[in-house]
Design a protein around this ligand. Structure first.
Ligand code: NAP
Length: 453
């Protein structure tokens, strides 16, 4: 596997793939370690989680450098990502025992309760966009629940994959319980079928989700799928438009726009559209694009040149179908995977910017008449990951967020973000199952009824 710096095209490192023998040895070792780990009480399992949190904080700077080198994330955001991983590990170390405590059930038995027992080794297939966060948010609850984990990370971040394995080892996790597999996507189906693997979780594209879901189904193994999104942000007639423009630009540009829960479609009612577009374009144009290693950079390059080309193709197809460019939309003449903050308006269903997920700094403004049309357009999507609504009427906002929008995470007057304390996941093509919170730790357990007469 080769890691390439997307800001320059330079080779960062070459890593030999794990061959079939190495893969087999790692799967066997993980299954062996998981059998012993499952018998350790939750209070003991919490110790390496606390220690890995400490290491993540202590090593935030070099980890951020590594992410900048392999996928172009600005170092300030990389350090914040390491801190967020630490907070998730602390959260499960702190609360895991409580989440896993048996729940008594009143039945005809003299004693009956529900216990949460580990399943075994979970395969985690992860994407490159938050190379640490995606892996830690899957690993922390799975390990705390008594499982083992093998990580098949995205092929463009092999250094991050090995760094994650090293962090768990340094944190004192039993040898082999968490293992990185440097293998390509074609190996995933076979790994799911392997008798050492009990379940699979994937964060990634819809296509990858379908293939992992199919393989898990064929092998009757539990799966969780966190897939793409095309989050709609509704800007209503009574919105604080300045706030909406600021928050929408922030949400669209985080991680260079390469986030599943980035705001992607902006459904702006006609009354405020002129003001919103003016302010939003100002905010998007103000973002500092540049060297991901510079402390003041807000937007780095995209992760790979082929992905940048895909984003540009989506913009060009949208313009050809009638969308209008308000900002950006041109590939800069420089080496690397650069793309500028871009705003399209006049976007409608049938255009790439409305129907497909754009994984880059491209915003699609979709004009709507009123609240009813905004809700209808928001829900008229294959995806259902996140959504947000901007209105000064909080009761109205909450009603829309709770009852109208068909998505897994909905915000009022703010952007959607993941938080270890809240469940995270989507509906429809955005996948199934939940990560984080109490729901996340209960995905990969045997929910066992124990009855004593
Ligand atoms: P991707 O191409 O689907 O890759 C994700 C992972 O799946 C990689 O490890 C990849 O391996 C593997 N993979 C790809 N095709 C596969 C297949 N047919 N069978 C098994 N594994 C396969 O996605 P990406 O481009 O890295 O990430 C962007 C996507 O992830 C976006 O759609 C984004 O919305 C989604 N995402 C979702 C969430 C969420 O929580 N819902 C969070 C972040 C990202 P290789 O690298 O070796 O191909």
């Amino acid at each position: 596997m080769r890691a390439i710096d997307p800001s320059s095209g330079a080779v960062v490192g070459d890593y030999p793939d794990h061959d079939d023998d190495a893969q087999e040895a790692r799967l066997q070792a993980a299954a062996r370690a998981a059998r012993a780990w499952a018998r350790r009480p939750p209070s003991e399992r919490a110790a390496p989680l606390r220690e890995v949190a400490r290491l993540l904080r202590a090593q935030a700077a070099p980890l951020a450098e590594l992410m900048a080198a392999e996928m172009g994330k600005p170092v300030t955001q990389g350090r914040a990502e390491a801190e967020k991983c630490a907070s998730a590990c602390d959260f499960y170390a702190e609360n895991g025992e409580r989440f896993l405590a048996p729940e008594p059930a009143a039945t005809d038995f003299s004693k009956s309760y529900v216990a949460f027992e580990p399943l075994g080794v979970v395969l985690a297939v992860m994407p490159w966009n938050f190379p640490l966060w995606q892996a830690f948010r899957a690993a922390a609850p799975a390990l705390m629940a008594g499982n083992g984990m093998v990580l098949k990370h995205a092929s463009n971040v092999p250094g991050c994959s090995l760094a994650i394995e090293r962090l768990w080892r340094e944190a004192g996790l039993p040898e082999g319980l968490f293992a990185s597999l440097l293998v390509g996507a074609s190996k995933v189906e076979g790994i799911i079928a392997h008798p050492c693997v009990a379940a699979a979780t994937l964060t990634g594209s819809v296509a990858a989700g379908r293939s992992v879901g199919e393989a898990a189904g064929r092998n009757l193994k539990k799966s969780v799928l966190e897939l793409g999104g095309s989050d709609a942000y509704l800007i209503l007639d009574d919105a604080d438009v300045a706030l909406a423009a600021r928050v929408c630009a922030q949400s669209r540009l985080i991680n260079g726009g390469q986030s599943c829960i980035a705001a992607k479609r902006f459904l702006v009612v006609d009354d405020v559209r002129g003001e919103f577009e003016r302010r939003f374009v100002e905010e998007m144009a103000r973002a500092r694009v540049g060297d991901p290693r510079a402390e003041d950079t807000q937007v780095g390059p995209l992760a790979r040149v082929d992905l940048r080309d895909e984003v540009h193709d989506q913009v060009e197809r949208s313009v050809a179908a009638g969308a209008r460019l308000l900002l950006g939309g041109e590939v800069p003449r420089r080496t690397g995977a650069w793309y500028p903050p871009t705003v399209l308006t006049g976007v409608r269903r049938g255009m790439a910017a409305a129907d497909e997920e754009i994984f880059g700094p491209v915003a699609a403004v979709m004009p709507v008449r009123d609240e009813a049309e905004a809700v209808a357009v928001a829900n008229d999507s294959a995806f259902g990951l996140g959504a947000a609504v901007f209105t000064r009427d909080l009761a109205r906002g909450e009603r829309i967020a709770r009852h109208e929008l068909q998505a897994g995470c909905c915000a009022v007057n703010d952007f959607v973000r993941s938080d270890p304390r809240l469940p995270f996941g989507g509906v429809r093509d955005s996948g199934y199952g939940r990560e984080l919170g109490v729901f996340g730790i209960r995905e990969f357990v045997n929910v066992k009824a124990v009855c004593v007469r």
